[in-house]
Design a protein around this ligand. Sequence first.
Ligand code: EPU
Length: 415
Amino acid sequence: MKRLIVNNPCMLKGNVNISGSKNAAIPIICTSIIKKGKVILKNIPRILDVFILLKIIKELNCKIMFIGYTLIIDSSKIKYKTLNNENVRKIRGSYYLIGPLLYLFGKCEIALPGGCSIGNRPIDAHIDMLKTFGNNVEIKDNVLYVSKEKALDEVIYSMTKNSVGASINAIICSALTNKTMLSGLVIEPEAIDVINFMKELGYEIISNHSECIIYNKVYNPKIIKYKIIPDRIEAMTFIIMGLLTGNITIKNSIVNHYQYPINLLINAGYNIKIRKNKVIAKKSRGKGFDIETSIYPGFPTDMQPLFAVLLALSKGKSQITENIFENRMQIFDDLILANACVNVVDNKAYLIGVDNLRNMDYECKDLRQSAAVILLVLSFGGSVNNLEILNRGYESFFYKIRQLRAVFKIVDQNN
Ligand code: EPU
């Protein structure tokens, strides 16, 4: 395990390029095997969760070439296999393979998914949806057994929960019928990316807000090429880094994808300039404000720990309410350690901004909390253990901050 050491507060300055979106790349890679041929995906982030998923896909006898940010998947010789191993359990997104496997082989035996420990993370909404698509579903010893019971011509389904993952999974499972009408979906920019990719595969899809009609009618014989959207959470991580530590220009992000949170920052007086696809974030201290996590286009839970750090250092009072994942409050333990003025009651944190925090030693616990504690040590010095968690979702993070002139050491934490 690795440990980050920052001896003095950093003054970060320069440009950073935002990588492809983790939460779009994972379902799109899974969906690509439906094609039973060659798919070329561009802007794929070189992150741990993608590498784990590729290992799983290789087990299905697919050929993979990953050069730079271009991923070529050739699934023409795909073979059925039970997916019950450590890799499948490590990542959340492995459940996006269920629909493609059912489509190709009529069955799927897969370990229950893992992912960050940010709460209970049940999959009841996925199971309900899979049953409606004519499948038999059973869970035994942490393995999900799904088999096609009847072929349905048309499915009309309304989601039982506000779930990003179950919505994307339902869209992918539309491959199992000729016509699917879905409602109650959570359509975030990453889900739109999946929809756009499926259109390239030949599906006809009409979508708006929380509804989708999908016609599964065209087999597209071309080699498919598709470019993944940039990662909006990574973009916001570097924006907040700029606001806390210096002057950072964020390139290649799509501001529309994080319009609501960036507007909150601008309205609170933070020094942010938006120029076409560039965002310039300069060190500044804005007013406090309240946030409440919700589904898109509301405030994203993945940005909550990052905003918690910023608001702990703002001018005045703020209130943060976490409505999506119960364990996403763990950043407040770190902030309390660092001497922030925070009071946590259940899923609410009440903060009064201070102008300085203590240099502390932190542990990475989940992906976004890890990014948040790194913001703290870059701003005030300190150390962070178990750095590997960050590699799940942030590409070349330490290379990128070194380019921004961060001064730090990474050592083996057992030494
Ligand atoms: N939920 C259920 N039943 C279900 C599914 C979800 O009760 O069957 C609950 C969850 O427990 C949670 C809420 O619904 O309380 C929302 O969960 P959702 O399904 O929307 O989350 P997810 O699909 O598991 C994805 C991202 C997360 C991101 C959330 C919310 C992937 C691989 N993961 O998770 O990303 O936080 O949506 O936007 O796309 C991250 O990137 O750090 C990350 C954790």
